[in-house]
Design a protein around this ligand. Sequence first.
Ligand code: NAD
Length: 339
Amino acid sequence: MTLPPARRVAVTGALGKLGRFVVAELRAHGIAVVAIDRATAATAGGADAAATNDAERANADGDNAPARPTDASGAPFVVHHAELTDAAAADAALEGCDALIHLAAITDPVSRPASEMLANNVASTFNLLDAAARRGLARVVLASSQSVLGHPWAPRLLPLDYVPVDEDHPARPVDPYALSKQLCEAMAAYHAHARGLMVCSMRFPSVWLPEQFPWRPTVRLTELEQAAKSMWAYVDVRDAARACRLAMQRSWTGHALLNITARWAIGIKPVRALLAEWYPATTDIRAELGDDTAVFDWHRAERVLGFRARYRWLPDGIHDMGDDDVAVAAGHARPGVAS
Ligand SMILES: NC(=O)c1ccc[n+]([C@@H]2O[C@H](COP(=O)([O-])OP(=O)(O)OC[C@H]3O[C@@H](n4cnc5c(N)ncnc54)[C@H](O)[C@@H]3O)[C@@H](O)[C@H]2O)c1
């Protein structure tokens, strides 16, 4: 079944790094946004993925925050404050919305006690999925993470069964943040099959902001083990936001689990050489790999959402590789896409 595009979308974690871009992306495409966050203020930019939560820190400090939050385009927006671990507050946050993009989370395993992080991420996600099903929302997007596969917070390199790593690759979390995201994916699948919700869990690798150039790619070229744990993957925040917006315009069946990643890897050597060096036991190589082919496979997202990443980070700058999704962004599935 092809559903009409979403008209009014609840965006949780709207004050976060990705949230501000999602708010701007939806509004630029004429989709109304109900922005939700428990923070009362936000720093001007997003936090690094490995850092503590900037929005929450700003809230706790009660300073260094703009009087009116702005989205990534600089336009002000109103934030509805809600603590999403509270079931009633999560339910009320969806009032008047026909879709949900759930980004709110504690985004790492180190900045908070594991029990607090796990309880936050799991309870908020369950509350929202449950409310979305009860209220009959048409679409839900959950922000998941490449971490579910075990990387990149793992204390040591974990084996890959095969490459490119698609969504069917076994997920073996080894840190509590990754576990929280795996549990959220399981709750998404449950709400799809048991309660008829259309849910998309997006596995993002490290999300990069334009102002983090050239620091981010430099780290990939110098911190070699961490780069290998990350599978040399990244996604530009504008691409991550565009994937969220496309999900508000497309239809699929049940629970769609999608890798949302740049189509290119960043490493000091061609990808085949990097794999041979860092993952020598991985001999099951299922696709032709060019020098910087992404190891994290993105093709299912193209089939389901018509999404292909645009932003490619090269040593001389960030290159926009084009509007590949334009032809398929109007809400109509390509042949072969579940609808
Ligand atoms: N940033 C990355 O590199 C990255 C990579 C993979 C996945 N993700 C996922 O993408 C999503 C967005 O990440 P981000 O970098 O924008 O995060 P962020 O830390 O910048 O923002 C998260 C926001 O969620 C809010 N929040 C957290 N718990 C809440 C609760 N219980 N109720 C209400 N608000 C709450 C915080 O106040 C904050 O503003 C997260 O789910 C994260 O796990 C991010």
